[in-house]
Design a binder for this molecule. Structure first.
Ligand code: URA
Length: 451
């Protein structure tokens, strides 16, 4: 029997109707899109069909493979024994990479990270780093490898040659309401990580209002899907399910977050962010074989020492210098981009904070200009928000509640209402920072840390 030739409309229609795609169809679509033969509007329709209908594990794994194969696959085995990476599924105020990479590198573990840009209401590490004048996130493969070998720390954007199909799909998903899909997120993250040469990875799977996964069971399914893909590709994976029901730390917005990461490395940052960074970095040290204990006691002690003796901060400075960033700005963060309008908003009543809706906070930051609505939009590095309290805090009337950094008075006014309404009052204890920890060997550790 002769097979009908494949065409993109039929593939979109098949997925729209909830029918499982064949591996050849997935490859045809991804390769065609990658080569520019399938236009953005068809890719958007396909993403929406996947979003609505989902994918089986087999399809998700084939999609991952097709995206890996769309470009080159890096191999660092000639320069380091292991490459331990970390990746967050996206959150609000999530500047963890900026603090964790230098902390881990300071412990002698080489770190090489491919990062992404902001997506929907969440921020992206590359946008944050580009707040530092001159910081080059677009490195060639050889530059990336040389920095890894000689300096033990490097962070860059996905080059055009690394899982390029994911790069294109990621940008289109951001602007077509198709981000929060388990198969699309799992294949996007894992294809980049596999192509980027990581041998072990800590996945920070966010759950809650300010995450793509709102329900714990969805976050666990996403984590398990990525662990399974990791196993299929010979990668060791630890997945942490972490809270995104309120912003992480205080700062939301590119330069503001760089500043908070600098504070954390130099003198100590917000307690929740420091704790989060210690846990993520601790698991990276465990995967690197530098720390053995599962309760992360040794890892924590090592990391705390690197923070207090300044070695983690020195690593951050080394990374910025290596990649062409302006050292004067990080030594004096007042030189980082700043917004002309800074307004402190005070609490209009006393009471306990029940919710600080991180999605609303992320959307307010996006509206201020910290993120992008269209893929070609520039980001404004100076704008953003500082959220001064945590869920469960008692706040007195007149105390600073949040600070707005805006480009225009009208944008500040909108943020004032939106972020004010994101603060919900009453009496309730805080949120746990982590809900669960899942390992490659699918062993479960009761990872719940009570507030
Ligand atoms: N991060 C990614 O790299 N891809 C996604 O789809 C979501 C978060």
């Amino acid at each position: 029997m002769t097979k009908t030739p494949m065409n993109s409309v039929a593939i979109i229609g098949k997925k729209r109707d909830g029918i499982q795609l064949d591996p050849e169809e997935i490859r045809f679509f991804i390769d065609g899109y990658n080569r520019g033969e399938i236009p953005d509007y068809q890719a958007s329709a396909w993403c929406m069909a996947v979003y609505m209908r989902g994918m089986s594990y087999a399809e998700t794994s084939q999609l991952t493979q097709a995206m890996v194969d769309s470009g080159e696959v890096l191999d660092f085995s000639d320069v380091v024994d292991r490459v331990v990476d970390k990746h967050s599924t996206g959150g609000v105020g999530d500047k963890t990479t900026l603090a964790v990479l230098p902390m881990v590198a300071a412990c002698g573990v080489p770190v090489a990270k491919m990062s992404g840009r902001g997506l929907a209401f969440t921020g992206g590490t590359l946008d944050k780093l580009e707040s530092i004048s001159g910081f080059n996130t677009q490195l060639s493969r050889d530059q990336f490898k040389t920095l890894l070998r000689d300096q033990g720390i490097v962070i860059a954007g996905q080059t055009g040659q690394l899982a390029p199909a994911d790069g294109k799909l990621y940008a289109i998903r951001d602007v077509t309401g198709t981000v929060s899909s388990i198969p699309l997120i799992a294949s996007s993250i894992m294809s980049k990580k596999i192509a980027g040469g990581a041998t072990a990875i800590v996945l920070d799977v966010k759950v809650g209002l300010g995450a793509f996964m709102q329900r714990l069971e969805d976050a666990e399914e996403l984590a398990k899907t990525m662990i399974r893909i990791g196993e299929d590709f010979d990668m060791e994976v630890t997945a942490l399910i972490s809270d995104m029901n309120q912003p992480l730390g205080n700062a939301v917005g590119n330069a503001l977050e760089v500043r908070e990461a600098i504070d954390t490395l130099r003198w100590g940052g917000p307690a929740d962010f420091v704790e989060h960074s210690l846990v993520i970095a601790g698991h990276m040290l465990r995967l690197a074989g530098v720390a053995q204990d599962k309760d992360l006691k040794d890892a924590r002690a090592m990391l705390q020492e690197k923070l207090s003796n300044g070695e983690a901060w020195n690593k951050f400075c080394q990374m910025v210098e290596n990649q062409g960033g302006d050292i004067a700005q990080i030594n004096n963060p007042d030189l980082l981009p700043r917004a002309p309008i800074v307004q402190v908003v005070e609490a209009e009543r006393s009471g306990y904070l029940q919710t600080i809706n991180s999605r609303e906070v992320g959307l307010a930051a996006l509206h201020l200009g910290a993120g992008r609505y269209r893929k070609e939009d520039p980001v404004d590095h100076g704008v953003g928000l500082e959220i001064w309290h945590k869920v469960g805090d008692f706040v007195e009337k007149g105390q600073p509640l949040f600070t707005i950094h805006a480009r225009t008075e009208s944008a500040a006014e909108i943020a004032r209402h939106r972020v004010g309404a994101a603060h919900v009052w009453s009496e309730r204890p805080g949120m746990p920072l982590f809900y669960n920890t899942l390992f490659t060997e699918t062993e479960r550790v009761p990872g719940r840390i009570e507030p």
